[in-house]
Ligand binder design. Sequence first.
Ligand SMILES: C[S@@+](CC[C@H](N)C(=O)[O-])C[C@H]1O[C@@H](n2cnc3c(N)ncnc32)[C@H](O)[C@@H]1O
Length: 321
Amino acid sequence: MTEKVKSKRNKTIDFSLDDAPAGVLEGIKNGHSDLSQLNNIINQTINGDTFEIMKRLPDNFVDLALIDPPYNINKKYDGMDFKKMSDDDYQTYTQKWIDLIKPKLKPNASLYVFSDWTTSVAIAPILENNFVIKNRITWQREKGRGSLTNWKNGMEDVWFLVNDKNDYTFNVDDVKLRRRVLAPYKENGKAKDWQETENGKFRDTMPSNFWDDISIPYWSMPENTGHPTQKPEKLLAKIILASSNKGDIVFDPFAGAGSSLVTAKKLNRKYVGIEQSSLYTAWGAYRLLRAEEDKHIQGYTDGVFWERNTIAAQGSVINNE
Ligand SMILES: C[S@@+](CC[C@H](N)C(=O)[O-])C[C@H]1O[C@@H](n2cnc3c(N)ncnc32)[C@H](O)[C@@H]1O
């Protein structure tokens, strides 16, 4: 059998546990650790079953929860074969993690829950019974299998929820989108609301609930891992910047390859994660180590988010820094 040789440009993190780089596995917490004190769990990923681990965490510590559970579809995760359930059973599953997470949230906490549209149909009433729904964001992703008998799925839902509709963080100025101006308007010969750069004309726009500027991670991106459903750092950065402040604690009970934790670290937030797979936890731990040196988030430069296909323009900003 011929061994697969990776292209030099392929940056995917997919080492085995036996080949984990030095320093990665040391310090990962698990079910044997003391998890009841905040200072033991802060900036840690805990490798274990979230339904067991959450019970053992202190109460009232989470400022922002990012929740990316298995969607209600058949999917193999390392060490786990998640099977599609009836809507009723998936609602019960959802209520189970909600009951565990609620006491962990501060009164002014926000939550973001990811799902595909079929899963959303089941969970929307459960989310509404437990939290205040502030918004449903549509993330237009560029991947999905085509279908001969239906429209290809090109989007995901991101539910924005709060505990208290009168008390939550929302930093709108930190999540503006820099768009190319198609019809640049001038008033008295001067540009109105836009700037001319050597790479074109751009305007910083208010963020909406339709996100079409974010690709899923792919093989040539340094953030890419072998995780089957990894979320992009750019997407998580929007959420973290809008709905938390520096020093706040971000909690992810289905942490996968650590994308939300890495992004929180890059943006000077604290984090706590839980993940059942020791392999995914190790990939996340490796990314967290690398984030000590490299804080760059692809697509987020100069304090703004950029549209797709603007790397040259972003590069000129990076080079001017
Ligand atoms: C949709 S993925 C999350 C991906 C993650 N957002 C990322 O960007 O890497 C769901 C994750 O939940 C983990 N998981 C599922 N059930 C779990 C459980 N009971 N306890 C801990 N982790 C669990 C799976 O192993 C999988 O990595």
